[in-house]
Design a protein around this ligand. Structure first.
Ligand code: PBG
Length: 335
């Protein structure tokens, strides 16, 4: 490339970048990033009961489905080209306890739902969340001691049981989202020992202690009853630490790594992309979703354009995959 700091200002007119933006065909031809339905993973909420489709107050157009209606919805989104869903359960209060034992119940909501999806839509990729917060009375992702400290190794023992029970039900990927140390390696070992060598691990490797998860915690009634998650989720101010977490999860056997949230962490996505050859996922989280929905409902932004521009920015930053509550809307737009 010739130097463009010529001292003669008229000389600069030799360079006309606008030439490549003149028409839509030209723009399409030189486009560097494309968003495809293949990039999308659709997070979905399942609840007990029948005939239930309840909108989440802080996440308009996003619902908790009972299993019967969830299956119909999954068939629809699969027909739209969405290859994968990430499943999150709404656990009834009476099934929660201090240690999240319901999480590894072979007949629990997640396990039953995974089996039913395997039957109804066998080709869709099912990713299950491995974390205790929907299952604990206190809302934390880990076991706690009397002082309220989050205990790492005892938590990992429960996570391992949970992951194996999800694999037994038919999950294609388990996705540990809790940020305990060493859980990816422990889960990998246990899956292999139980014969689930083909069940993959999507590791929430760089997951930040973020206020952007607020609406999700409404969706699951899973907000922590005391304190915050800062002793396990990462400090939003840190970038090098994200690379450390990514390297550890890869060494422990992760098949794919994730950065979460996405929009306020595009620089992290970019750095993680440089640091690994594994697929990199970004989680366009509930708060990012809610902000766009709210502004669109106020009539302040063009929702469809903002969605596409936002998700494209994540791909441009280096994400291969995007978990997003907009997945169905995007699939309809791209169809
Ligand atoms: C729980 C979990 C959370 C999300 C996914 N899994 C919330 C949290 O860590 O408190 C957030 C997803 C979102 O906000 O869309 N381990």
């Amino acid at each position: 490339m010739p130097s463009i700091n010529s001292s003669d200002p008229t000389d600069l007119l030799r360079y006309r970048p606008r030439r490549l933006r003149r028409t839509e065909s030209l723009r399409r031809m030189v486009r560097e990033t494309t968003l495809s339905v293949n990039d999308l993973i659709y997070p979905m909420f399942v609840t007990e009961g029948e005939g239930q489709k309840v909108e989440i107050a802080s996440m308009p157009d996003c619902y908790r489905y009972s299993l019967d209606l969830l299956l119909k919805e999954i068939q629809q989104v699969y027909d739209l080209g969405i290859n994968a869903i990430a499943l999150f359960p709404v656990i009834p209060e009476e099934l929660k306890d201090n240690i999240g034992a319901e999480s590894y119940n072979p007949n629990g909501l997640v396990q039953r739902t995974v089996k039913a999806i395997k039957q109804a839509v066998p080709d869709i990729i099912i990713m299950t969340d491995v974390a205790l917060d929907p299952f604990t009375t206190h809302g934390h992702d880990g076991l706690i001691d009397e002082q309220g400290n989050i205990l790492n190794d005892p938590t990992v023992e429960v996570l391992v049981k949970m992951a194996v029970s999800q694999a037994a039900a038919g999950a294609s990927f388990v996705a540990p989202s809790d940020m305990m140390d060493g859980r990816v390696g422990a889960i990998r070992q246990a899956l292999d020992a139980a014969g689930y060598i083909d069940v993959g691990i999507l590791a929430y490797s760089a997951k930040y202690a973020s206020a952007y998860y607020g609406p999700f915690r409404d969706a699951l009634d899973s907000a922590p009853k005391f304190g915050d998650k800062k002793t396990y989720q990462m400090d939003p101010a840190n970038a090098r630490e994200a690379i450390k977490e990514i390297e550890l999860d890869i060494a422990e056997g992760a098949d794919m790594v994730m950065v979460k949230p996405a929009l306020a962490y595009l620089d992290i996505i970019h750095q993680v992309r440089q640091a690994t050859h594994l697929p990199v996922a970004a989680y366009n989280v509930s708060g990012e979703y809610a902000m766009i929905k709210a502004a669109a409902r106020m009539g302040w932004i063009d929702e469809k354009k903002i969605i596409l521009e936002t998700l494209t920015s994540m791909k441009r930053a280096g994400a291969d995959l995007i978990l997003t509550y907009f997945a169905k809307e995007v699939a309809l737009m791209l169809a």
